[in-house]
Design a protein around this ligand. Structure first.
Ligand code: HEC
Length: 99
């Protein structure tokens, strides 16, 4: 009992220390996990991330990445808001593209 209380206290502290940037990245990841991965994974296997890291990948700049995310949003009719697109761009750039 005491231990589990301590543990929740620790979790609470840890979550308070998460930065706004981390929160953005987590939000972006969640959007991608929900809407984008299954299709990429069906062609690239695993978690589908091979599509972002393949040698002949299409996205070559941060602006290109923004444009691609906007296109997907429109094509899939997801109706994401600008800040959601931004979260997805940030997550993909932070995790795979590193522009
Ligand atoms: C119905 C299938 C499908 C869905 C759903 C999908 N994609 Fe894609 N995506 C593709 C295919 C196929 C390509 C490769 C296109 C090509 O090679 O010309 C691609 C390519 C990409 C690329 C470029 C990869 C590169 O080469 O650098 C990005 C970024 C991307 N998708 C993001 C997304 C995001 C974000 C979503 C969710 C909003 C999404 N995709 C949903 C099929 C899908």
């Amino acid at each position: 009992m005491k231990i589990s209380l301590l543990f929740s206290w620790f979790l609470l502290l840890a979550s308070h220390h998460a930065t706004a940037a981390d929160a953005q990245l987590q939000a972006g990841k969640k959007l991608i996990d929900t809407h984008c991965i299954s299709c990429h994974a069906s062609s690239y296997g695993g978690d589908g991330s091979g599509i972002y890291t393949r040698d002949y990948r299409k996205v070559r700049s941060l602006n290109g990445l923004k444009a691609q995310v906007t296109n997907c949003n429109t094509m899939l009719n997801l109706k994401w808001f600008d800040d959601e697109e931004q979260q997805v761009v940030q997550y993909l750039n932070h995790t795979y593209y590193h522009f």
